[in-house]
Unconditional design. Structure first.
Length: 149
């Protein structure tokens, strides 16, 4: 082996494409970018959502749905849940302050009681809303319901 026949390993070197260095380079003229248009020019940058003149997806897809701005979101408790919460936290009455104090609701949440399940404890409820079925079950168990706004 002599200096004149030393070569790098196969695949170790890569000849770079010298663009825009005259016709002799083989990549002169349009510099491999084709003729005319934004992509052939310096500083071209396409918009993220641009689809090449095709109707964009946000305009092709129909608008659906409706968001009611007057909707009131409630934190819902079923009577079956109320029974377990009373046992777990030792609640004597089911009101917003007790629920917030035990970390069951946030300060601004509204609470609604639904009638799924049964209740045996005699409780006083102070909540934002209650279903008719739940109200009947609570009053049959000897409890009271007070609606607060």
């Amino acid at each position: 082996m002599n200096l004149h026949n030393l070569r790098p390993a196969k695949g170790a070197t890569k000849k770079s494409k010298r663009i825009g260095r005259g016709e002799a380079s083989g990549h002169g003229g349009t510099s491999t970018k084709g003729n005319k248009g934004g992509q052939s020019r310096a500083g071209y940058k396409s918009k993220k959502s641009h689809e090449g003149g095709q109707m964009p997806i946000q305009r092709r897809i129909p608008k659906v749905g409706f968001k009611n701005i007057s909707r009131v979101e409630y934190k819902v408790f079923n009577l079956g849940q109320v029974e377990t919460l009373v046992e777990k936290y030792g609640l004597s009455d089911f009101k917003m302050e007790n629920l917030y104090g035990n970390g069951l609701i946030n300060r601004t949440d509204k609470v609604k009681i639904l009638g799924n399940g049964a209740i045996t404890a005699k409780l006083a409820f102070r909540v934002n809303a209650v279903s008719e079925k739940a109200k009947a079950i609570i009053e049959a168990a000897g409890g009271t319901v007070e609606i607060i706004k």
